[in-house]
Ligand binder design. Structure first.
Ligand SMILES: Cc1ncc(COP(=O)(O)O)c(C=O)c1O
Length: 487
């Protein structure tokens, strides 16, 4: 056994050395498993183990049906996004983005647009056929599903069991009796905000923050207090601590695992600090973990919820980014807010469709889910890398990028003065969707930033779209103060 371990590590080191020495270069295909086994006189399983280790070290990637390829290194240090500096604690502000955002989303969704707008994985990366088959089988065999009185029968026990099983790797698994199955992560977030706030209250949010969260605050008459957020390590806990001392905060909305749009990941010790701080101040945390399973590192990061000892964290998520956004299936692990959430869920939409609950339960209990997630994670990481390389190739000098640690979007900061709302309009005419940066802030920050969806396998279409965007951005840079242009 020890000899075996040594052999695969030796092979991983040998190949890793060739990559570091640029004998094998980014994009090069490694010899096939069979050939390596033959040449090195090793077993196939030893070679596979060596390649998996190189994959975990981030040096190679597996491409379905094609073999292992050398990965590109991350952008050099000076092209990475610098942390946003906020000199003073921001004030809570009313949010006003709904109107504009709804127009932008509708325009982005037109069929002919290159889909760099909404954060969605391509259908070809999702197990659609498998899910369709399950809908057929369950429809035929579970006749009672359509005549059950389901208005208040919220959770299918099989699904709850699978969700708890899936959380076993998170340090502290979810409790079955705190779960409320919902119609999406959007519904989960909305129910949680309804449960713990009233109009006029202040909610602490990351900056930048996912626009739908800001929309929800606007809809509920809540104020947003933007907390500085590091592009790699997430929300500044020091700033959050000061905010909780200086302001009355009703709740804190967090994306600890892969903030949308930054892709940042809060380190474990900071997650623990946040859980303790908010519990001590009795400020509920609403944690959005919709991207938690799309990690680029070897391990599934724990949510803040794993560090919660008093039921103060409501964990919200869905299967929209991993199985299909059309399922409209999510849940809240609501901690001490469970009873209140159940009432709100009844009044909002009753129980969640039991057929879909059972389909997802059957999928999660099969071995297919883990295999699918492994492939999807690799695809997202590869696509984010390909998008990053293309942006650096085609955008004006001075453009910087976030370095996502997971998820499927890329945050791009263009040189100051290039207004991404104007770029959005030019891109629209060129048939390219994107989301302008200022929609991720209640204070109108980030007007020179934009978010690109990386959910699609790379192709000449996307290369061309990014090239075109880069040229449009360069034109705006030359024109100067483009924010002044008449709309
Ligand atoms: C951070 C985040 N939360 C929630 C959602 C919405 O998820 P759902 O489709 O389940 O409503 C998205 C979708 O882009 C998202 O990025």
């Amino acid at each position: 056994m020890e000899q075996q371990a040594l052999l695969y590590e030796q092979l991983a080191d040998e190949l890793g050395g060739m990559i570091a020495g640029r004998i094998l270069r980014p994009g090069d295909r490694l010899p096939s498993v069979r050939r390596l086994a033959h040449e090195k006189k090793l077993s196939v399983s030893t070679v596979v183990q060596a390649l998996r280790q190189l994959e975990d070290r981030g040096q190679v990637e597996a491409r379905p049906q094609s073999g292992f390829f050398v990965r590109s290194p991350p952008p050099s240090q000076n092209l990475q996004l610098a942390p946003h500096t906020h000199k003073r604690l921001a004030r809570p502000v009313a949010v006003d983005i709904n109107h504009r955002l709804m127009d932008i989303l509708a325009l982005n969704n037109r069929k002919e647009m290159a889909p760099l707008g909404a954060a969605l994985p391509a259908a070809e990366l999702l197990p659609i056929t498998h899910l369709q088959r399950l809908y057929g089988i369950i429809g035929r065999r579970s006749g009672l599903l359509l005549d059950a009185a389901s208005h208040t029968a919220f959770n299918h026990p099989d699904l709850v069991r699978q969700l708890v099983r899936h959380s076993l790797a998170w340090g502290q698994p979810l409790a079955a009796d705190e779960i409320v199955i919902t119609n999406s992560c959007t519904e989960s977030l909305s129910l949680c905000l309804h449960a713990v706030t009233k109009p006029g209250d202040t909610v602490a949010v990351e900056s930048p923050s996912y626009y739908l969260m800001l929309q929800l605050l606007e809809q509920l008459g809540l104020k947003a207090l933007e907390i500085p957020t590091h592009p790699r390590h997430g929300i500044s806990v020091d700033a959050l601590e000061i905010a909780t001392r200086e302001r009355k905060i009703a709740a804190c909305l967090l994306m600890s695992n892969f903030n949308n749009p930054l892709g940042s990941l809060i380190p474990d010790q900071e997650k623990k600090r946040i859980a303790e701080l908010m519990a001590a101040r009795k400020i509920p945390i609403i944690e959005d973990d919709v991207y938690g399973d799309l990690h680029f590192g070897p391990d599934r990061p724990w949510p803040v919820k794993s560090f919660d000892t008093s039921g103060n964290v409501m964990l919200c998520t869905s299967l929209s980014k991993t199985l299909s956004p059309s399922l409209r299936l999510g849940y809240v692990a609501a901690g001490r807010f469970h009873a209140g959430l159940l009432t709100l869920k009844t009044l909002t939409s009753g129980a969640t469709n039991p057929i879909t609950q059972l389909v997802v339960a059957r999928y999660l209990e099969s071995t297919a889910f883990d295999r699918h997630l492994r492939g999807l994670r690799r695809a997202c990481e590869r696509q984010v890398m390909q998008m990053s390389e293309a942006v650096l190739r085609y955008f004006p000098t001075g453009t910087r990028l976030a370095q996502p640690q997971g998820g499927l979007v890329l945050w791009v900061e263009m040189p100051a003065g290039i207004n991404s709302s104007v770029l959005f309009e030019d891109a629209l005419h060129a048939g390219i969707a994107l989301v302008p940066g200022d929609l991720f802030s209640a204070n109108g920050h980030y007007s020179n930033c934009l978010r690109l969806n990386c959910g699609n396998p790379w192709s000449p279409r996307f290369e061309e779209a990014v090239k075109r965007l880069g040229a449009l951005a360069a034109k705006l840079a030359l024109r100067g103060n483009p924010g002044e242009r008449k709309r």
